[in-house]
Design a protein around this ligand. Structure first.
Ligand code: H2B
Length: 114
């Protein structure tokens, strides 16, 4: 199974119901390869990317763009301002307590924000 960033950015998040199983480890690995800036948490339940900006305003502007994207996709990351110009974005699918394709779609779209 191979997944590309272009495939992910072409998709739209779909509503995730509680009954949907999280992606299996091999599916997570295939999706992760398409978004190389992102790291899998130790428990395998979320992906995370850290960012450093030139200043506070740039960090906040980025987080607000991610917030707009999250609303458009109806899939919401945890957004952290981890210092005055540092941010972290964590993606997981709350409804299933793990990772779904939605997390990787949003990760790829964040990467495409530029
Ligand atoms: C109804 C709506 O689609 C759900 O509540 C969405 C909203 N955003 C979400 N975001 C994330 N990260 N996980 C979810 O399970 C989730 N559920």
């Amino acid at each position: 199974m191979s997944v590309s960033a272009a495939e992910l950015t072409a998709k739209k998040c779909t509503a995730c119901e509680g009954g949907t199983p999280p992606l299996a480890a091999d599916q997570v690995a295939a999706h992760l390869a398409a978004v190389p800036g992102w790291a899998l948490s130790d428990d395998g339940k979320l992906i995370r990317r850290k960012y450093k900006f030139t200043d506070f305003a740039s960090a906040m502007a980025f987080l607000n763009r991610v917030a707009d994207l999250a609303e458009a996709e109806d899939h919401h990351p945890d957004l952290h301002l981890t210092g005055y110009r540092h941010a972290a974005v964590e993606l997981s699918t709350h409804a299933i307590g793990g990772l779904s394709a939605n997390d990787f779609i949003v990760a790829a779209k964040i990467d495409a924000l530029g």
